[in-house]
Design a protein. Sequence first.
Length: 164
Amino acid sequence: MHLSISKKILAWYKKHQRKLPWRKYKSQKDRHYKVFLSEFMLQQTQVKTVIPYFNNFLKNIPNIKALAKVNETKLLRYWQGLGYYSRAKNLKKSARLIVDKYNGRLPNNYDELKKLPGVGDYTASAISAIVFNKQIIPLDGNIERLLKRILNLKTQKEINKENL
C-alpha cells in the first residue's frame, strides 16, 4: 500500500510541481547552496513570500563562502521582511561551520546536518532527500495530518511522528 501511495505522490509532483528558483541549478555546489538557503527561508514562511527574498539574497550572497563571510548588518538587510531573524543568524553560523569543518560542503549525513545551528528534523530530512537523494521523508505538520487521514490513524500511539 505504501509503495503505491509513494508512486502516486511522485507522479502527481512530476506533473504539478512549481517552477521555483531554488530548483534551478548550475552545478551540484549551486544545488547544495540553493536548497540549504531555501530550506532556512521556508521555515515558517510561505513559498510565495520567500521567492523575491531568495532571489535578492542569492544575487547578493551567491554561495556558502560568501554567506560565511558576510557581515551581520548586510545579512540582516537581505533578510529584512522575512522575520524570525534568528534563522538568518543561524544560517550564517551554519555556513561558517560548513566552511570550517566540512571544507565548504554540506555534510551528507542526517546526524551531521542536525548539528548545524537552525537545522532540525524537518530541515535535515529535506536537505538529505533533495540534495543527497536519501530515502528520508521530511514530515511537516501538513504531511503528518494528510498521512493520519489517509491511513486512518486515531490513537496517540498511532499518530506519533516516529511511527509514520
